[in-house]
Design a protein around this ligand. Structure first.
Ligand code: NAD
Ligand code: UD1
Length: 339
């Protein structure tokens, strides 16, 4: 297939591009590099041993989008978005513009180009505080911040679009907590500024960039008192996108899938797993709870297991080993390789 990947230079997009190229797809990436590096794409091509087409452009620009659709596109995987919860509370309009405005512009460009297949990156954040865990796709949706609201609105816009156009085929993927890196250690998560998510914070302590990990609350109703999440290896997540591409090739309409391992780990369990993988001590300081956090959020991934034929195969220790390999070899993130 000819696949257009928006946000393909980013964390999840770059890992997915490796698998797309390895599977023989023709890949075009559009990314404005606002949260990523072109070095990631150079390494994607090196890992896959095949080229992709890269267009440095913005999904909000009709001109940039029409360039991306040149040469023909069979399906779009739409990763490009802003994703920091705290920032979305401070700058909601920027989030509405990029995430919602960008997605509308993309759908318009798809319609103009006659492209009918879309795979969309949603998030478990749409569930907010769940009534019970694990959550399935029918659980109530309760967003708690502007970032989450943009994901929910984008899901609804895509559903409305599919309802109006029976020839369309879309898959909305609700990711739980992506972690880890490509096993080569050549690509991985490279957050700009202060990371918000747990694994990059732990990795930065292990490599010596931070003195300790701040643990946000040890008084939750969980066995060790720290929050429980469903950590999913980014290579498993990337693989799910290939399954989703097959799915949109075979089914019309709009389908939603949770992507998670189906079980959770606490903050302390993740820290211990990272200590074993890295051989480094991770000092912790217990802080008060982070606002907006829930005690436990895990996926019921059975819909994806059955209908997509996908399930997570890599465990947390593998994710920690791969994240550590990436962090150790690239302590400053993506920097040019020495000549
Ligand atoms: P990322 O920031 O690494 O990747 C997003 C990419 O989109 C970046 O390369 C960025 O430069 C690009 N981008 C942003 N705005 C753009 C614009 N206007 N035009 C063109 N490119 C633009 O993030 P990620 O972790 O790879 O996340 C990918 C998708 O998955 C996002 O939609 C995110 O909301 C979603 N998601 C991520 C997580 C997670 O924990 N990483 C969890 C759930 C959902
Ligand atoms: C966060 C976002 C969510 C987003 C998801 C994936 C919030 C409130 N939620 O979810 O919208 O979809 O990331 O990008 O920001 N933790 C620490 N110390 C840290 C960092 C995290 O103790 O320095 C704890 C958290 O309290 C939580 C767990 O680690 O219990 C996981 O946190 P994180 O990686 O930020 O993911 P989520 O909270 O699931």
């Amino acid at each position: 297939m000819k696949v257009l990947v928006t946000g393909g230079a980013g964390y999840i997009g770059s890992h997915t591009c490796v698998l797309l190229l390895e599977a023989g797809h023709t890949v075009t990436v559009i990314d404005n590099l606002c949260n990523s590096s072109a070095i990631a794409l150079a390494r994607v091509q090196e890992l896959a041993g095949r080229p992709l087409r890269f267009l440095q452009g913005d999904i909000r620009s009709r001109t940039d989008l029409s360039g991306a659709f040149e040469g023909g596109v069979d399906a779009v995987i739409h990763f490009a978005a802003l994703k920091a919860v705290g920032e979305s509370c401070d700058e909601p309009l920027r989030y509405f513009d990029t995430n919602i405005g960008g997605t509308i512009a993309l759908m318009q460009a798809m319609e103009t180009a006659g492209v009918s297949k879309l795979v969309f990156s949603s998030s478990a954040t749409v569930y907010g505080q769940p009534d019970s865990v694990p959550v399935n796709e029918g659980a109530p949706l309760r967003v708690t911040n502007p970032y989450g609201r943009t994901k929910l609105v984008m899901e609804q816009l895509i559903q409305d679009w599919c309802a109006a156009r029976p020839e369309l085929s879309a898959v909305l993927l609700r990711y739980f907590n992506p972690v880890g890196a490509h096993p080569s250690g050549r690509i991985g998560e490279d957050p700009r500024g202060e990371p918000n998510n747990l694994m990059p914070c732990v990795a930065q302590v292990a490599v010596g960039h931070r003195s300790h990990l701040r643990v946000f609350g040890d008084d939750y109703a969980t066995p060790d008192g720290t929050g429980i999440r469903d950590y999913l290896h980014v290579m498993d997540l990337a693989q799910a996108h290939l399954k989703a591409l097959e799915y949109v090739g075979l089914h019309n309409g709009c389908e939603i899938f949770n992507l998670g391992a189906g079980h959770g780990h606490s903050v302390i369990e993740l820290v211990r797993a990272f200590e074993s993988a890295s051989g480094r001590n991770i000092p912790m300081e217990i802080m008060k709870r982070r606002s907006g956090d829930v005690a436990e959020l895990t996926a019921d991934p059975s819909h994806a297991n059955v209908r997509l034929g996908w399930s997570a195969e890599r465990d947390l220790s593998m994710a920690c080993a791969d994240a550590w390999r990436w962090q150790k070899a690239n302590p400053l993130g993506f920097t040019p390789d020495p000549e």
